[in-house]
Each structure stands twice: as C-alpha cells, then as structure tokens.
Design a protein around this ligand. Structure first.
Ligand code: NAI
Ligand code: 15L
Length: 267
C-alpha cells in the first residue's frame, strides 16, 4: 500500500500497532483526537475528531487502507459514544466512499455478544446481544459496514476483538485474550487477501479456552500463534478465581454486563 491510515493511534492497541504495522505501507498516517507522540520512521500524524465530517474526509483522502481503532472503547455517556462511534463511523464510511473505497478493518468488540453465557460456543452470525451502549454502537458499526458492502462493494473486516492487551489480567481473559502480535498478523492478512468481502472475524489468540468459531474465515489464512495458557499460573497466583455465580464467571461480556446507563443529565 502507498498509505495506510491508523485511527485511534494514541490508544493502547494503536500504540502497539504503530511499530508492528510500519512495513505494511510506504507511509503510515496515524491519527487520534488525543495528542500523538512524534511521528517516527515513515509516519505522518494528523490530529482529528472523528465527529468532524470535513476533517475525516481530509484524513481519509489519499489512503488505500484503514485500520479503524479510534473511538470510545468502554461504557460512557450516549453523547460521547454517539459522536465518536456512530457519527464518527458514518463520517469515516462516507469519506471512504468519496475516496476510492480503501479497504477497512473495523475494530468491533466481543461485547456485541456480551450477554451470551461463557459455556456457549458462538458462530459469527448469532443474534447480537450487546451488554452496554458502547457495544450497541459497535452493533451499529457492524451493520453500517454490511450496508456499505452490499450497496457499494466497500470491503471491511469486522473484527470482534476479545481482550487485546499485553497479557490477560483476569480469568475471563484466558478465553478472550488477543495478543498484539496475533492482531498485527490478522491486519496483515486482511490487507493481503485478493478478495476480502465483509467477514466477521473473532479477534482472539489460540487460547485453550475457546468461545468463538472462526471457521468461516479460514480463507484469510490467519493462524493466531499465541496462547493465554502461558500466563495461567502467574494469573492464578495473583488473583482468586471468581465465584461461579459472579457475572464475570457467567457472561462472555463479564463485568460489562453490570454497567449502568451513564446519563449526563443525572448524577
Ligand atoms: P483506547 O481507548 O485505548 O483507544 C481508542 C482511541 O480512540 C483513544 O486514543 C481515543 O483518544 C481515540 N478516540 C476517542 N474518541 C475519538 C474521537 N472522537 N475522534 C478520534 N479519536 C477518538 O482503546 P483500545 O483498547 O486501544 O481499542 C482500540 C479499538 O478497539 C477501540 O475501537 C475499541 O473499542 C476496540 N476494542 C478494543 C479491545 C481491547 O481489548 N483493547 C476489545 C474490543 C474492541
Ligand atoms: C472491549 O471492548 C474494550 O474496549 C476493552 O477495553 C476490554 O474491556 C475488552 O473489550 C474486553 O472485553 O476485555
């Protein structure tokens, strides 16, 4: 690629991807609403609010691939989620439509199915059961990607990321963990395959505990290599197993299922 755009580049996953994806394009355009650390190597920095349609149009111009990580990543007020994850995503897809439909990787979330139980094994096409307003916005994103694909042929990899961190930090994450290296490997495959379409991909490493079925996306040639099992002993030493009746032991979405609705007009 000539230019790959990474939104949300000041965030946890974005920072981890900057070095890992540098080889994927001649220029990496990194963007966030938050200040970005200085451009390194082949990077160029653009500070931009996803809610600003004009700014997003200019951000996407000249890019032939987009890794869309930007947005509110946890439960928040509807106003904040709406600006970044709903209006912001619409702005991104309209900008893509105006600028040659660069392939998009959309960071969706496992929380679109947060109200399934941990003993259920899910195909990508199960009914959505979001656990927060945050994950309802990700359901919107998945639907938007599908509509732009069906109507215009816009290709998107919809990646339902599990828990993408350095290492798992609780028992639930032994099933949901996605290593930074495995995520980078997935991004490589998404931009390498000749035909992508608009698949739903469970973004999870090769952990022993498995809740999600990725057999529909074998054509991507993505084989995650990391396994959370290497952290199990360390985790079990530092953290007690949750009570089997506790939400973090019952629901795939863990404690997100217990989040209240956050209102700006009420304390
Ligand atoms: P993060 O919160 O660390 O990073 C998100 C970035 O988006 C932040 O730097 C923030 O400043 C930026 N952002 C927020 N509102 C914005 C706006 N209006 N305009 C432009 N940028 C804005 O989140 P993280 O963990 O790096 O996740 C990246 C993406 O992956 C998010 O979309 C998140 O929902 C998704 N995801 C992450 C998971 C994880 O385990 N890290 C799991 C599932 C989904
Ligand atoms: C997410 O969607 C969040 O963005 C991330 O911060 C974690 O909470 C992750 O899911 C998870 O389920 O561990």
């Amino acid at each position: 690629m000539k230019r790959l755009l990474i939104t949300g580049a000041a965030g946890g996953v974005g920072r981890a991807m900057r070095t890992r994806l540098a080889h994927l394009a001649k220029t990496i355009r990194i963007s966030d609403v938050a200040p970005l650390s200085e451009a390194a190597g082949n990077e160029e920095c653009v500070q931009c609010d996803l809610g600003d349609a004009g700014a997003v149009d200019a951000l996407v111009a000249g890019c032939d691939g987009i890794v869309h990580l930007g947005g509110i990543s946890l439960e928040d007020t509807f106003e904040k989620i709406n600006n970044a994850n709903i209006v912001g995503l619409y702005n991104l897809y309209e900008a893509a439509r105006a600028h040659g439909m660069p392939r998009i990787l959309f960071a969706s979330s496992n929380h679109v199915v947060g109200y399934y139980r941990q003993d259920e094994y899910l195909a990508p096409d199960v009914r959505l059961r979001p656990d927060t307003l945050y994950s309802v916005s990700k359901c919107f994103g998945e639907a938007l990607a599908t509509m732009y694909h069906d109507k215009f042929g816009q290709e998107t990899a919809v990646v339902r990321i599990g828990s993408c961190f350095e290492k798992p930090t609780d028992h639930r994450m032994l099933a949901t963990w996605l290593s930074y290296d495995d995520f980078a490997g997935l991004v490589e495959r998404v931009f390498a395959v000749p035909r992508l379409g608009c698949p739903i991909i469970w973004g999870v490493s090769a952990n022993d505990a498995a809740w999600w079925d990725n057999s529909t996306v074998r054509y991507l040639g993505w084989t995650p290599k990391d396994n959370s099992a290497k952290f199990r002993a360390e985790l079990e030493q530092s953290l007690e197993l949750p009570d089997p009746g506790a939400p973090q032991a019952i629901w795939q979405g863990g404690l997100h299922t217990q989040e209240p609705i956050k209102r700006t007009d009420k304390s």
